[in-house]
Design a protein around this ligand. Structure first.
Ligand code: KIV
Length: 262
């Protein structure tokens, strides 16, 4: 199943949803053959693919190009694309241009960080027939306001605000909400108070699903080890030793061999 019904069904049947980021055609091709439920073309690509220091450098063009690359290779997966920095803060007309670009690029749904002043735009996008996933807790696009990548909702006022905003996102029609870096009790509380599923990253085990950045779970950055991350493999070591082996074979003239020549 690769449509909205999947999210409803998973919540109803209490089967956790798995989501992973995907930015390019080669990884989309691999992920399309896995059991993962959903792919996220996250604006984290600004950091992971382009080497910027935050997601505020992701542009409409980057998001559309990467969404199209993923959509060409992952034919069976539900694809969510991130609305990039400021795309929902310049009014409905500007937001709808970005929406159109990402949907025409092949997204099945869009993810929007934050609530408050964006509620009206989210409602407009939803009533235009486009599924929207919310994103609360740590919002990397607001990094300068938050003063860094910090756990959110530790104090009662912050926790109350996240719960209230989650209810508002549900009210305006979001089909699910990502909860990033919040205490596990708050992750559970928001999840229990919503009919739509929550998908956590650093939000504890009681959300309706989990999301991780593919590069993080594959251990491609040996220096990135936040508490919430489980590395399923240490690809950094595997990739660098494969490339060193290739380099050594070239130097010693062992590559290419006779059987590798035309
Ligand atoms: O951009 C991204 O990768 C995300 C996930 C961390 C949820 O928004």
């Amino acid at each position: 199943m690769n449509n909205l019904a999947l999210f409803e069904l998973r919540k109803k049947e209490r089967v956790p949803i798995s989501m992973v980021t995907c930015y390019d055609a080669w990884s989309a091709k691999i992920l399309d053959q896995t059991n993962v439920d959903c792919l996220l073309v996250g604006d984290s690509l600004a950091e992971i693919v382009y080497g910027f220091d935050s997601t505020i450098h992701a542009t409409d063009e980057m998001m559309a190009l990467h969404t199209a690359a993923v959509a060409r290779s992952a034919k069976t997966k539900f694809i969510v694309a991130d609305m990039p920095f400021l795309s929902c803060s310049r009014g409905i007309i500007h937001a709808m241009k970005t929406v159109e670009k990402l949907m025409r690029a092949g997204a099945n749904a869009l993810k929007i960080e934050g609530a408050s002043h964006k509620l009206e735009i989210i409602e407009h996008i939803v009533t235009s027939g486009i599924p929207v996933m919310g994103h609360l807790g740590l919002q990397p696009q607001a990094i300068h306001n938050l003063g860094g990548n910090k756990v959110q909702g530790k104090e009662k006022a912050g926790a109350d605000q996240i719960l209230a905003e989650a209810k508002e996102l549900e009210r305006v029609g979001c089909f699910s909400i990502v909860l990033e870096c919040i205490p596990k009790e708050l992750g559970e509380c928001v999840t229990k108070n919503l009919k739509i599923p929550t998908i956590g990253i650093g939000a504890g085990p009681k959300t309706d699903g989990q999301v991780l950045v593919l590069h993080d779970l594959l251990g491609l950055d040996e220096n990135f080890s936040p508490k919430f991350l489980r590395k399923y493999v240490h690809l950094h070591k595997i990739v660098s030793s494969a490339v060193d082996k290739y380099h050594a074979d070239v130097r010693s003239c062992e590559f290419p061999s006779v059987s590798e020549c035309y």
